[in-house]
Write a protein that binds this ligand. Structure first.
Ligand code: SAM
Ligand code: GLN
Length: 281
């Protein structure tokens, strides 16, 4: 007789807890192994695991206990209600970033045409979610990493949207056109902060997606310098920021766009998380 679902779950959770790892991962893993939704799992907690499921769950829990993100074991993450393939070449899309997409959709609704660029697209999360929500938009997405772009292209196919992917450094691939919306969640963690990060992020996610020079501000400085000639007279820039960067980043964009309305927007946890720069000349 193999373990019941709730027995295996509780055991796995306390093992994760003893290693200071996120215990919620055990539930996601169990949903994956049993192919059950969250609700179905709850209803079936007293069911026994099959021998196959039992073996699979414990093998994968061993992987979790090394600190590996559950999304790398499952191979996917949900973002804006869509499923994205993820691997070691891309940042696992974060819930905070969904708020950037929502804020950009709301603020760009008034634009009749909508040419959008997502700089540093990673898994393609921002570009693909935006296009899914506003199918009439023409969406371009860039990254400096070829490996990331391969994942992003598969994600566009997976979610059945048409996005133009371009490789290159920052604004380089988008300098031939003018844009209505430019979005970016660039690397923004200062190198000094690596000591406070969990091993699940630090040991498994690409450092080129996380860290930035100049106290994490390097990419915002570059964007504020390069974007002014690329924006249409009525347009929007939206960037995700670290929770302590609101003031510094809003000042950078206000200087670069003196007549624009620049706002710092908080995430659901009440932390400064986005800057929107609304240009209306
Ligand atoms: N947009 C995705 C998201 O929100 O989940 C990924 C964001 S991740 C924080 C930053 C991305 O920027 C990575 O995919 C990284 O490869 C890319 N990147 C880093 N340096 C870059 C550069 N100089 N030019 C373009 N992209 C860059
Ligand atoms: N929010 C991510 C983290 O805390 C960082 C993303 C980024 O640097 N843009 O791991």
């Amino acid at each position: 007789m193999t373990e019941k679902i709730h027995e295996a779950l509780n055991k796995a959770k306390s093992l994760l807890e003893s290693k200071n790892l996120d215990e919620h991962a055990a539930k996601l893993l169990m949903e994956h192994v049993t192919q059950k939704s969250s609700a179905a799992l709850l209803a079936d907690l007293r069911e026994p695991l099959t021998t196959e499921q039992h073996k699979d769950f414990w093998n994968k829990t061993e992987e979790l206990l090394t600190g590996k993100p559950v999304q790398h074991i499952i191979g996917t993450e949900q973002f804006y209600g869509l499923s994205f393939e993820v691997n070691e070449h891309v940042l696992i899309p974060r819930p905070e970033t969904e708020e950037l997409v929502l804020g950009a959709l709301e603020r760009s609704r008034k634009f009749l045409e909508c040419r959008v660029a997502d700089i540093g697209t990673g898994s393609g999360a921002i570009a693909i979610a935006f296009k899914k929500e506003r199918p009439g938009a023409v969406v371009t997405a860039t990254d400096i990493s070829e490996a990331a772009l391969k994942v992003a292209k598969r994600n566009a196919k997976r979610n059945e949207v048409d996005v133009d992917f371009r490789i290159g450094n920052l604004t380089e691939p988008i300098e031939e056109e003018k844009w209505d919306v430019v979005l970016s969640n660039p690397p923004y963690i200062a190198w000094e902060e690596s000591g406070e990060m969990s091993s699940t992020v630090l040991d498994f996610e690409p450092h080129s997606a996380l860290f930035a020079d100049e106290d994490g501000l390097f990419f915002y400085k570059q964007l504020a310098e390069k974007l002014p000639p690329l924006m249409n007279p009525q347009s929007l820039i939206g960037v995700e920021i670290g929770y302590l960067q609101g003031r510094a980043v809003s000042e950078l964009f206000q200087k670069a766009f003196p007549d624009a309305r620049v706002s710092v927007v908080k995430d659901v946890n009440g932390k400064d998380r986005m800057i929107f720069c609304e240009i209306d000349e």
